[in-house]
Design a protein around this ligand. Structure first.
Ligand SMILES: [Zn+2]
Length: 249
């Protein structure tokens, strides 16, 4: 078997291997995206929960402080009864008024924080909901990946064996070029030469349409062992058997 035939054999099995792997790769990539999104949502959730706990602690501190004022006001109210002079009476009243103002101020603060807490709890509920949805999507992505692995598994390992055999038949230098082009073109490695005009000796790359020097066509006609690449897209060129036969006449 000439080099070109060896490469064609390798090309056919290589592109099948790549096709199957792509199905699995895509499912893996999709699952990774879901994992990252879920991680982000979980981190948003913990942040939001921490924020709520801090607000709750602040609200509780304010309430304790406010209760302290209320207690002191009650005590002063009792003292009012034991006041003997109007001066004392008015002094206690003034202090009570001032404490009441401070307690009211704390009530206002507590109310603001409770409102903020309501908003924060509403946001947390949305985050939790979106986490639940994301978990469902992630599970379905994981089972899809598993199914694809099962679907392609046996066939893929068969093809990989065939690919190794086909690759073993190709000389090292040509194989290096093949692998490089295969990676760059996602497996679209070999390409048939297109005849534009025999009379004008015009031939082109069947993939990128770059015009080929006639010398390249001559080499491909005369030898089965010349590796000729398109100078535009670097694909490995070959002649269809029928065209080759006609040109060889
Ligand atoms: Zn080309």
């Amino acid at each position: 078997m000439g080099l070109i035939d060896q490469l064609l054999t390798l090309y056919r099995v290589d592109s099948q291997v790549r096709g199957l792997r792509t199905r699995v790769d895509n499912a893996e990539r999709y699952l990774r995206v879901q994992d990252r999104q879920l991680e982000q949502i979980k981190s948003d959730q913990s942040e939001s929960e921490l924020h709520i706990r801090q607000k709750e602690a602040t609200a509780s501190n304010i309430e304790t402080e406010r209760d302290g004022y209320t207690e002191r006001i009650e005590k002063l109210r009792d003292e009012l009864n034991s006041c003997t002079t109007s001066k004392q009476y008015s002094a206690v009243q003034t202090e009570m008024k001032s404490l009441k103002e401070q307690a009211d101020e704390l009530d206002t603060q507590a109310l603001e924080i409770l409102e903020e807490l309501d908003t924060a709890r509403g946001q947390l509920a949305l985050v939790v909901e979106s986490a639940t949805e994301r978990v469902t999507i992630r599970e379905s992505a994981a089972s899809d990946l598993e199914q694809r692995r099962i679907d392609v598994g046996d066939r893929l390992s068969e093809l990989e064996d065939e690919r190794s055999q086909a690759a073993a038949a190709v000389p090292e230098k040509a194989l290096t070029i093949f692998n490089k082009v295969a990676d760059d073109t996602e497996g679209d490695t070999l390409c048939e030469v297109r005849e534009v005009s025999r009379r004008h000796r015009e031939y082109a790359c069947g993939s990128c349409s770059m015009e080929l020097p006639f010398d390249a066509v001559v080499r491909l006609t005369n030898s089965d062992n010349d590796l000729v690449q398109c100078s535009g897209c670097y694909r490995i060129l070959y002649l269809a058997e029928s065209l080759k036969g006609e040109l060889a006449k």
